[in-house]
Design a protein around this ligand. Structure first.
Ligand code: FE2
Ligand code: FE2
Length: 283
């Protein structure tokens, strides 16, 4: 019998109940909006494409990097949850792939500009590439040198930084800039992102719970701060395109500076909660 009181089991059930289909979202209005935007705000379109490319590649990477957790974690409830997370990440990657083919390419063809592709090197700054390389190393470490501290480091890379800071901040930024009150509205993108954010909330919640569990078991909360702080400059560097004209902050409803602020705030709240756990454990 499964232990239905465990957080991982509850997250597993939540994933099952809130399932959605990336191919079921209507993208027709997005094509119209992007055709118009190519004429009126080409700089914003360029930056948007870079952001979508980074998300698409990021979702593919995290799909691949999750497997070591499934090898390391023992309980059936954790395994059940991880299965849903892997499935979620694959759906997120599918959504971005579909968006590029059905919206970006369609709009480019209609405007008559050359097609761009999400795997072009110009979207990916060095900080981004290094962040994902380190994420892969941190999760692969679970296969060789599994210890509570190795686990905390892996959760800090994957769940707290890549998902909890970079992805959540990026999704917030996209929703603010391309929602109803944004620079221009992309309703299909925003709907997909709302679904993805719902899934990510569960993933980050799981990672944070696991870090707390290990901190209660004796791993220093300092490991969390140290690991995340090391990665923060890479997160900041990830918020740009590698080779594109610098964007004019005034073209956006929320510029890059506010993304960094949003990310720092969210992260600060989580670290507080982890520190509280450490204090309670030591009383
Ligand atoms: Fe994801
Ligand atoms: Fe995720």
């Amino acid at each position: 019998m499964h232990n239905t009181g465990l957080t991982s089991y509850r997250y597993y059930r939540d994933a099952v109940e809130r399932g959605w289909d990336p191919s079921g979202i209507d993208l027709t209005d997005d094509v119209e909006a992007l055709v118009e935007a190519h004429r009126e705000a080409p700089g914003v379109v360029e930056y948007l494409k870079g952001t979508l490319a980074k998300f698409g590649a990021g979702e593919e990477s995290v799909t691949e990097d999750l497997a070591p957790f499934a090898v390391a974690l023992e309980s059936i409830e954790d395994q059940m949850f991880l299965t849903t997370q892997m499935y979620d990440e694959a759906k997120h990657a599918e959504f971005f792939d579909r968006y590029w083919r059905e919206v970006v390419h369609e709009a480019e063809d209609r405007v008559g500009v050359e097609r761009t592709y999400p795997d072009e090197a110009r979207w990916f700054p060095d900080g981004y590439l290094e962040l994902f390389e380190r994420n892969a190393e941190a999760t692969e470490a679970l296969l060789g040198d599994d210890s509570p501290e190795t686990r905390v480091r892996a959760y800090c890379h994957y769940h707290l930084t890549v998902e909890g800071i970079l992805a959540q901040a990026g999704y917030w930024w996209l929703t603010r800039n391309f929602g109803d009150e944004g620079v221009f509205a992309l309703p299909g993108l925003v709907e997909g992102i709302e679904r993805i954010r719902g899934d990510e909330g569960r993933h980050v919640g799981f990672g944070t719970e696991k870090v707390k569990e290990n901190v209660r078991g004796g791993v220093s909360a300092g490991v969390v701060t140290e690991t995340v702080n090391e990665l923060l400059p890479l997160v900041q560097d990830s918020l740009r395109n590698a080779e594109a004209a610098p964007v004019d902050e005034e073209d956006f409803v929320e510029g890059r500076a506010s993304v960094v602020g949003y990310a720092a705030e969210k992260h600060g709240e989580r670290v507080e909660a982890i520190r509280d756990e450490e204090q309670e454990a030591s009383v």
